[in-house]
Design a protein around this ligand. Structure first.
Ligand SMILES: *[C@@H]1O[C@H](CO)[C@@H](O)[C@H](O)[C@H]1NC(C)=O
Ligand SMILES: *[C@@H]1O[C@H](CO)[C@@H](O)[C@H](O)[C@H]1NC(C)=O
Ligand SMILES: *[C@@H]1O[C@H](CO)[C@@H](O)[C@H](O)[C@H]1NC(C)=O
Ligand SMILES: *[C@@H]1O[C@H](CO)[C@@H](O)[C@H](O)[C@H]1NC(C)=O
Ligand SMILES: *[C@@H]1O[C@H](CO)[C@@H](O)[C@H](O)[C@H]1NC(C)=O
Ligand SMILES: *[C@@H]1O[C@H](CO)[C@@H](O)[C@H](O)[C@H]1NC(C)=O
Ligand SMILES: *[C@@H]1O[C@H](CO)[C@@H](O)[C@H](O)[C@H]1NC(C)=O
Length: 906
């Protein structure tokens, strides 16, 4: 084999480099894949990424700008604007999205490139409405940020001074123009709620819907070349798209690997030899095919020889994520190698099971991976920044690692953001993080005129091809909440007009998107919306009467008023794909984007950052059900205490609700239950503000995320009360069966030593089940246990096997609100930092029981082994996993510790 090079050096603008003869055709849209050619040049690639020029309409601003990138980032980097996230800058910088911007690049093109028969200009991401000119000639228009655009440009190129310009129309203006042109009828909502301080008509532009504002994020309708730009030149053929997925024939226990290629071919080629090889599975086959002129799809099926030996890809917690190498060589009839592809392939099956349940009026709704029912544990993903070029690979990976480190096995890529970058899905593949992939439509009606459908179809087609090779992607869902919006009439559509919107709904999500999915990706299930009743929605014409029906499909459920410690408020859904509560991020997150006067819960700033109507008041109201509100006379202290208390409240609420869903796995009550998924809203943040996230902007874990480590643990004891009885369930997501008993310790709030311990009989806990293991009247339990009362005592409990080994975390159950607890004393906690050979450690000492002990190290990046915990011992050592080199001194200096009692100290 001749020498191969893995990467082409990216060509900086204005700098001419010869494209090496031996080269890689690097297709940036295939993260998991390498394509290369040896010797004979098939395709040459010249990157046009790097420094471009940028100016606004009247050229009052002119500056260098990086590609990939965006206008806001360029303006900030060149000092024209400050941090867009600072204070009220989202309002101050509104003008940026109202202006038109032009990107321009001047570059030389080698003779070698120009001598090819076909030269394409490939733009992987144009945000959004733009016209593209090369050397003064219009080459095309764009209207969709989620599409790759390809234009033939060979005859426009010259040697030295090529000028490529991309004129962006203000996205806000574009959306308004499109709305105006759609005069036939309104497509609601016209504008976001005032509290979001956003722009109107986002549903008319194929752009991240949250970029015009959301209830957790600012309005920054950006513009720019947010992905790479390049020239691709070739003579014979070009590999346009590539995908591979496994199919399993259960009857014969046989795997087939489907390999698909889209080829752009300049001339008919007979007898092209395509060899597929998975050496580790001793599977190899050569296919001979005639390649037509033009763009066409070619599909090959490789039978896997030793199907029994195939190591399967499993979700996190259920097994490994082994991959295999697939080698593809494409040769001409006379045996000359045209190009080679090397790709990772994974083997797994996915089914969405919706079938009648004995004793229940509805249908089941759960995923089976490799034949095994899997309880989905996870959260919902939103864009990690308003400006995608600001998301570093490191930050992205850290967020995904944070998900699996909290025992999650799934993320839903929510439909109001972006189809994530390749690295996201590659990492999910590697980590065993399943992806519930929405198409990017959210909380709105959408137009269905021809132009709109045409661009959406291309978007959907491309995204399916880009993502279908990923084992992590387990389901396509056509939109977020649009079935519910129509069914429950969010937009007050008069009855006589409803049929228009129903028709549009079916046109877009069923006739177009679903049809494309079925045609291009038969390998995974499709849902027309989330939430949806699934098969039942289909039966009702795709818009069910009540898409939130807990007997069918998935549900989204929010309630901020009811006491979230009371599980009876929650719907016993088949699968909960959204639920949650807001909290504020830490003071450290807010410091860089605020000034002193902002740092109070009643400040204009606190109000401005809150994009959910009454959100700040709702948090306090929910908190005050169980806790006195902080009342320190020091304003800053009161503020940080309030931030902390919102996090405590959120963590407790989501814990209670998640535990409810997990313990409902094996039960049917009144036909409801068999719950098979809990994905709380939301994992991450887009900026520093209050939101439902468990990880704040910058990557720091909120208390909720620490709680998630436990409430998503593979084995978990959960307690709840029903009609005066205490019940404890043992939940196991493991594959093997266990025999467990629960050990309950009764503590007085006033005493670090338990006053009583109870042990249940050993019970069988089958893999993948939730079973009751303990049941006792609370009154009887308390009388029998040291003359305790609800107000003076609390319970801690854990699971043990017959050898006394603990399984899963220690959990606890409060018998009263902490505000009513008798005997809770200031614990006088001290925390000292030291290090052993491998890690930084914090020794925590307490003189009393302390709820919600919170270690905070400001802006030192990293996370604790555990945090927000209930301190039931005098000493506890907690590790700190720093993300950067951090010394003991640094950590000591940054470390503060509080627990609940600190909020009310004089
Ligand atoms: C040019 O445009 C900028 C940004 O929209 C505006 O602030 C400025 O007043 C304009 N200048 C002139 C001379 O029109
Ligand atoms: C942006 O371009 C549109 C269309 O050409 C034009 O109507 C509008 O006035 C321009 N905006 C500015 C700020 O120049
Ligand atoms: C039980 O507790 C009550 C109230 O705290 C107390 O008055 C009573 O003396 C206790 N009885 C015993 C047997 O300790
Ligand atoms: C904490 O310290 C205060 C003041 O020194 C003391 O009064 C209190 O008893 C201590 N708390 C405990 C639980 O020992
Ligand atoms: C350092 O401390 C951690 C946490 O206590 C422990 O797991 C680890 O084994 C220790 N390492 C060494 C080298 O002692
Ligand atoms: C980490 O910090 C220590 C102490 O501050 C220093 O001696 C060491 O060189 C640093 N290591 C790296 C890799 O920066
Ligand atoms: C603060 O709240 C606590 C708990 O409700 C209460 O005990 C204390 O008296 C309050 N302090 C002030 C200054 O209001």
């Amino acid at each position: 084999m001749t020498q191969t090079r893995k990467w082409l050096p990216s060509l900086v603008n204005n700098e001419v480099k010869m494209v090496p003869r031996v080269f890689v055709l690097l297709l940036s849209s295939f993260g998991f894949l390498e394509v290369w050619s040896h010797g004979g040049p098939v395709s040459l690639v010249q990157s046009l990424d790097g420094e471009w020029k940028l100016w606004n309409s009247n050229k009052s601003l002119s500056l260098p700008a990086r590609v990939p990138g965006c206008v806001h980032t360029a303006l900030q980097e060149q000092g024209f604007i400050k941090d867009p996230y600072f204070r009220f800058n989202d309002l101050l910088y509104e003008w940026i999205s109202l202006d038109n911007w032009t990107y321009a690049s001047t570059f030389a093109v080698s003779k070698e490139v120009r001598s090819k028969q076909k030269v394409l200009l490939v733009l992987d991401g144009v945000d959004t409405a733009a016209s593209i000119w090369l050397n003064g000639v219009s080459v095309g228009h764009t209207d969709n940020m989620f599409r790759q655009y390809v234009f033939p440009v060979r005859d426009l190129l010259t040697g030295e001074e090529n000028v490529l310009t991309v004129h962006f129309l203000s996205p806000v203006l574009y959306a308004a123009q499109k709305r105006k042109a759609h005069s036939a009828y309104a497509v609601p909502p016209e504008c976001p709620p005032d509290v979001q301080k956003g722009q109107c008509h986002v549903n008319f532009i194929r752009k991240a819907q949250s970029s015009f504002s959301w209830d957790w994020g600012p309005s920054f309708p950006g513009a720019g070349l947010w992905k790479g730009v390049r020239l691709e030149a070739f003579d014979l053929l070009r590999l346009d798209r590539f995908a591979t997925f496994p199919l399993y024939d259960a009857k014969h226990s046989a795997w087939t690997l489907v390999v698909e290629m889209l080829l752009d071919t300049l001339q008919l080629m007979n007898g092209v030899q395509i060899t597929l090889d998975v050496p580790e599975l001793l599977s190899r086959a050569t296919f001979s095919t005639n390649v037509r002129q033009g763009n066409a799809k070619y599909s090959f099926s490789l039978s896997i020889n030793v199907s029994s030996k195939v190591k399967l890809w499993w979700p996190n917690g259920l097994g490994g994520q082994p991959s295999y190498r697939l080698l593809i060589t494409v040769c001409s009839e006379d045996g000359k190698s045209l190009y080679s592809v090397r790709s990772k392939v994974y083997f797994r099956t996915v089914e969405l099971v919706q079938e009648p349940i004995v004793g229940s009026p509805g249908l089941s709704f759960y995923f089976r991976i490799n034949g095994k029912p899997v309880f989905l544990k996870g959260s919902n993903w939103i864009p990690a920044h308003s400006f995608q070029d600001r998301v570093t690979p490191d930050a992205l990976r850290e967020l995904l690692r944070s998900a699996t480190d909290a025992n999650m096995n799934v993320l839903r890529v929510w439909g109001g953001g972006v189809y994530e970058r390749d690295a996201f899905y590659d990492t999910c593949d590697e980590l065993g993080l399943m992806v519930w992939q929405d198409f990017m439509f959210a909380c709105a009606m959408y137009p269905t005129d021809d132009d709109f459908l045409r661009t959406v179809r291309e978007e959907v087609y491309q995204q399916i091809w880009r993502l279908k090779s990923h084992p992590s992607v387990i389901v396509w869902s056509a939109n977020n909440e649009n079935e519910a919006a129509l069914a429950t009439d969010w937009f007050h559509i008069p009855g006589w007009r409803r049929s228009i919107y129903l028709k549009d709904y079916v046109t877009l999500y069923v006739n177009n998107i679903m049809t494309l999915v079925k045609q291009e990706d038969p390998s995974r299930p499709f849902l027309a919306s989330s939430p949806t009743n699934g098969a039942e929605s289909e039966r009702e014409g795709y818009v069910a009467d009540n898409p939130y029906d807990p007997r069918y499909g998935d549900t989204h459920f929010y309630s901020y008023e009811a006491d979230c410690w009371d599980w009876r408020a929650f719907p016993r859904a088949r699968l909960a794909s959204e639920y949650g509560f807001q909290s504020w991020p830490s003071l450290a997150a807010l410091l860089p984007v605020s000034v002193a006067e902002d740092r109070s819960f009643n400040s204009r700033f606190a109000d401005h950052r809150q994009h959910h109507l009454d959100g700040n008041q709702q948090m306090l109201k929910q908190a005050s059900i169980h806790f006195p509100l902080p009342n320190s006379s020091q304003p800053l202290t009161r503020f940080t205490h309030t931030l902390y208390l919102t996090q405590v409240t959120q963590a407790q609420c989501v814990k209670t609700q998640t535990e409810f869903y997990r313990r409902s796995r094996s039960e049917l009550l009144g036909g409801l239950g068999h719950t098979m998924g809990a994905l709380y809203w939301q994992l991450n943040d887009i900026w520093q503000g209050p939101s439902w996230s468990s990880i704040e902007f910058g990557g720091k874990w909120k208390m909720l995320h620490y709680f998630a480590v436990d409430f998503f643990a593979d084995v978990l004891p959960v307690a709840f009360e029903d009609d005066g009885e205490l019940l404890i369930y043992a939940i196991s997501d493991l594959s093997q069966d266990l025999k467990l008993n629960v050990v309950v310790s009764v503590y007085k709030w006033s005493d670090l030593d338990p006053i009583c311990m109870l042990r249940s009989k050993s019970a069988a806990v089958p893999g993948g089940s939730a079973v009751p293991v303990f049941k006792r009247s609370i009154a009887v339990l308390l009388v029998g246990c040291g003359n305790c009362s609800r107000l003076s005592c609390l319970l801690a409990f854990h699971l043990e096997d017959e050898n006394g080994a603990r399984h899963g975390p220690v959990n606890h159950h409060f018998l009263c609100s902490p505000k009513d607890a008798v005997g809770l004393r200031p614990p006088n906690i001290t925390a000292k930092v030291r290090e052993n050979e491998t890690e930084l450690l914090v020794d925590v000492e307490s003189q009393a029981i302390a709820p919600f002990v919170w270690l905070d190290v400001g802006d030192v990046e990293g996370r604790f082994g555990s945090n927000g915990f209930l301190m039931l011992s005098r000493k506890k050592t907690v590790a700190f996993h720093a993300r950067r080199n951090t010394s003991v001194t640094q950590l000591s200096r940054a470390l503060t510790v509080i627990s609940l009692s600190d909020l009310y100290l004089p």
